[in-house]
Design a protein around this ligand. Structure first.
Ligand SMILES: O=C(O)CCC(=O)C(=O)O
Length: 338
């Protein structure tokens, strides 16, 4: 079993940090990852995937040039510039909320698995939710392209992560099914690149996590909380460096600012919860990250994680219709959405 601090890093949060998290509803923890070391495999794997997809786009004439020696971010920008879009689902670590088909892509690489299961990250999570830790299945990659390149077509309302535009104001408790309201889900937002204000970092409403579940409305850009629900208060921006993490209470209203920079903002959003709590999207698989009680249940191999997701897709597609499932509780015709 991993011993906290065994690599010389004291990962657990201090009492002051925990107090701050519970009071404000969020906490930034710096230098959880060493980007050069901890993101190396991610960059390799996602770079190879990008090259493969670009190869197909070249063959189909969707793009006419592609420089695989350019940076990952530049290659993404070049693809969007030429094709007017980006196959973001092929990079995601979850499925969309509608239209799941046997061929719906998902990318469950070892690099992402290592990030999700990183000991330092789990130490921090353990400080807040205890030693029985499950990775909940509401998780996404975000590749936010510069706003000036975004078109309406890149804004999806079906839960697919957006490559352009912003992420509207929402609470993470609002994007799950109501049956999981009592689950002690913790959001971890991890930027792989720096996420400055200009690059579209997250912004949130400190203290508003005390106000319970706020009303949300569906929209083509994703679920959003109307301004009246939040008394039109201003948000606080949370610029972050690659390698740090943002922890958020599930009631914390947050959004992403528009990416006004020239660069792609790359991040992962993840969820952890005490094992046994409902996971918010029961149709998707959860895995045990840590357990003192049943260490044999800890998933150590990324292939096991990947298999669980592939099996879930097969079952959804074989079953009575993946597209009719409810992923949240909100209806467009609600009075507060008028
Ligand atoms: O990265 C983003 O743009 C949005 C992330 C988010 O909304 C979340 O982590 O819940």
């Amino acid at each position: 079993m991993y011993q906290s601090g065994s690599d010389g890093y004291e990962g657990a949060l201090s009492s002051a940090q925990k107090e701050s998290f519970f009071k404000k509803g969020y906490l930034v923890v710096d230098e959880v990852f060493n980007p050069e070391v901890d993101f190396a495999l991610l960059l390799d794997e996602y770079g190879a995937l990008l090259d493969e997809l670009a190869g197909e786009m070249l063959v189909h004439g969707d793009i006419s040039e592609y420089d695989n020696a350019a940076s990952f971010q530049q290659r993404v920008v070049d693809i969007v510039r030429q094709s007017g879009g980006f196959p973001i689902q092929a990079f995601d670590i979850s499925y969309p909320q509608s239209g799941i088909r046997p061929e719906t892509p998902i990318f469950l690489g070892e690099g992402a698995f290592r990030l999700i299961m990183h000991d330092r990250l789990l130490d921090v999570v353990q400080s807040l939710i205890g030693p029985e830790i499950t990775v909940a299945p509401i998780q996404h990659i975000r590749l936010k392209i510069p706003l000036k390149m975004a078109s309406g077509e890149q804004i999806k309302g079906d839960g697919t992560p957006q490559v352009g535009a912003t992420t509207p104001r929402h609470q993470d408790i609002g994007v799950q099914v109501a049956d999981a309201d009592s689950a002690r889900v913790l959001t971890v937002w991890a930027p792989v690149t720096d996420a400055t204000e200009e690059m579209g970092c997250l912004a949130l409403w400190p203290g508003s996590h005390m106000e319970g579940v706020l009303k949300h409305c569906p929209s083509p850009g994703g679920l959003y909380i109307p301004g009246t629900e939040i008394n039109n208060r201003d948000s606080v921006s949370i610029p972050m460096e690659a390698g740090s993490i943002l922890l958020m209470d599930r009631h914390m209203p947050h959004r992403a600012l528009p990416n006004r920079s020239e660069f792609v903002r790359w991040s992962f959003d993840l969820r952890y919860q005490p094992t046994g709590d409902p996971n918010g999207r029961p149709q998707f698989p959860e895995i045990v990250a840590r357990s003192d009680i049943s260490p044999e249940k800890e998933v150590r191999d990324y292939k096991e994680w990947a298999k669980a997701w592939i099996n879930a897709r097969d079952e959804l597609c074989e079953g009575s219709g993946a597209n009719e499932l409810q992923y949240n509780r909100w209806q467009l015709d609600a009075p507060w959405c008028a």
